[in-house]
Design a protein around this ligand. Structure first.
Ligand SMILES: Cc1ncc(COP(=O)(O)O)c(C=O)c1O
Length: 485
């Protein structure tokens, strides 16, 4: 601790520090002579500078997020964006009356996103920010369930005879399983057919529908591989089904990844509210919306698709502002950061940032192909998610899991994981290319990968018996099934 400067005869002592608990050596303090509290809180307060040092050292153990190649969430924002987030950190987005400008900015973002998703001008869109896609998917699912229940009752369907159901491909992210468990809905999971068909089969989806179907959820950017479901074909199939169905089936698009990528890079691709049966869409602002975690968005094409029971009215500046989130308090930072990004980048800027990520992804794919041992499952052409597996080779004794372990040695976090139902014997690796990744970073990764492969070829010569069980760990999948050798 630095002490007050003395004057006069005391001046000679001005550089003398009173001994306290943080003198020598570097990083030394009496507090650092102890391990940090684990089970019970410490008795006394400590200086903030020492607390900061101890905590930031502890944080280092997480590794460098920018070397986390599999995460979808942003690992870099500009200093100005960070400042915006810090400036808003003390605001509470739910306090509509106290922070009216946060509410206003959220509304602007909802309007911008619904325009990017081509919300029809003759309908009244509604939308909200959420903590992430998970909360957004939950809200989309709840709206479908409540709306189904009301319509089913009006049509004289016995709503208690069976559980309502939701249709999704086995490439679903765990949130849909959670939604079905939490809200007592049957998850009708349609297996993806083969490695060449990693998407929902529209005909099978419609064939699985009945009077208890609350909706179908196609995915724009399947978590495992980055592949897209064909929503135009699904919309057509649903349109046909609905012509004779007792109760019509809607579509909610889980666009966690694609939602804030496609409108900029491939606006001609039709997947959004241009399709009649798409009633709601969710996305993550913290993925290709380029905001630090956690932010999501959910939109309904018209207010009729968001049942009244889900709206709560909060007094706001003399008027009543509807809210429909699951969470209550959270900082306004992410909302402001999303708005900062919209203002900062505009349509052209977002396009340029995303196209650069796509080019880096394609560069990675080329490099992987040159290694000649991988089969590419997604090149990153559609969205910067590159996904691959080892080609079959009887002589090779190591697996994708060994390669993932070896890459850890260089600091890369690039896990291997099994594909879902029907394809669970296939293990893959995936890189989500984000805005802060460069050709240079990928060229370093490719070099480390080559060295790792050489090492494994030399040192791992006897095949291990890989037994996959759910309580053992090495890789992981987004459906939380964990496997170990
Ligand atoms: C398709 C899909 N849906 C939902 C989610 C959940 O997203 P979040 O982490 O924003 O809650 C993810 C996350 O990867 C995803 O890929």
């Amino acid at each position: 601790m630095l002490h007050r400067r003395k004057s006069g005869e005391e001046k000679e002592k001005e550089y003398m520090f009173t001994p306290d608990s943080s003198t020598t050596p570097l990083f030394g303090s009496s507090e650092s002579d102890h391990i940090l509290p684990r089970e019970t809180i410490n008795d006394n307060a400590i200086n903030p500078n020492i607390a900061y040092q101890l905590i930031s050292d502890e944080m280092m153990h997480d590794g460098n997020p920018r070397y986390n190649l599999c995460t979808f969430v942003q690992t870099y924002m500009e200093p100005e964006a960070k400042q915006v987030m810090v400036d808003a950190i003390a605001t509470n987005a739910i306090d509509k009356a106290e922070y009216p400008q946060t509410t206003e900015v959220e509304k602007r973002c909802v309007s911008i996103i619904s325009d990017l998703w081509n919300a029809p001008k003759d309908e009244e869109y509604m939308g909200t920010s959420t903590v992430g896609s998970s909360e957004a998917c939950m809200l989309g699912g709840m709206a479908m369930k409540f709306r189904w229940r009301k319509r089913a009752q009006a049509l004289g369907i016995d709503i208690n005879a069976k559980k309502p159901n939701l249709i999704v491909s086995s490439g679903f992210q765990v949130v849909w399983e959670k939604f079905c468990v939490y809200w007592d809905v049957e998850l009708r999971e349609l297996p993806m057919k083969s490695l060449e068909e990693l998407y929902l089969d529209p005909k099978a989806a419609v064939a699985a529908c009945d009077e208890y179907t609350i909706g179908i959820v196609p995915i724009m950017g399947i978590t495992y591989t980055g592949t897209f479901d064909d929503i135009v074909a699904l919309d057509k199939a649903v349109e046909e089904y609905n012509k004779t169905a007792k109760i019509s089936v809607p579509i909610h698009v889980d666009a966690a990844s694609g939602g804030l990528y496609l409108p900029f890079v491939n606006p001609e691709l039709v997947w959004d509210f241009r399709l009649k049966n798409v009633i709601s869409i969710s996305t993550s602002g913290h993925k290709f919306g380029l905001v630090y975690p956690g932010l999501g968005w959910v939109m309904w094409r018209d207010k009729q698709y968001l049942p009244e029971e889900l709206l709560f009215k909060v007094a706001y500046l003399g008027a009543f502002e509807p809210t429909f989130q699951i969470n209550f308090s959270r900082p306004g930072s992410q909302i402001w950061a999303q708005y900062y990004n919209f203002v900062r980048w505009g349509r052209e800027g977002y396009k340029a940032v995303h196209e650069k990520s796509r080019d880096v992804g394609l560069f990675l794919t080329k490099g992987l192909e040159k290694l000649e041992i991988f089969k590419i499952l997604n090149s990153g052409e559609n969205i910067p998610i590159v996904c691959w597996m080892l080609k079959a080779d009887e002589k090779r004794a190591w697996t994708e899991y060994d390669l993932a372990d070896r890459l850890r040695y260089y600091g890369w976090q690039l896990p291997a994981y099994p594909l879902p139902k029907n394809l669970e014997d296939v293990s893959i690796m995936r890189v989500v290319v984000r805005a802060d990744q460069s050709m240079e970073q990928i060229s370093l990764l490719l070099k480390d990968m080559k060295d790792s492969i050489d090492y494994l070829n030399e040192h791992v010569t006897v095949k291990k018996d890989v037994q996959k069980t759910e309580d053992t760990v090495v890789g992981y999948s987004h459906n939380e099934k964990r496997y170990k050798k």
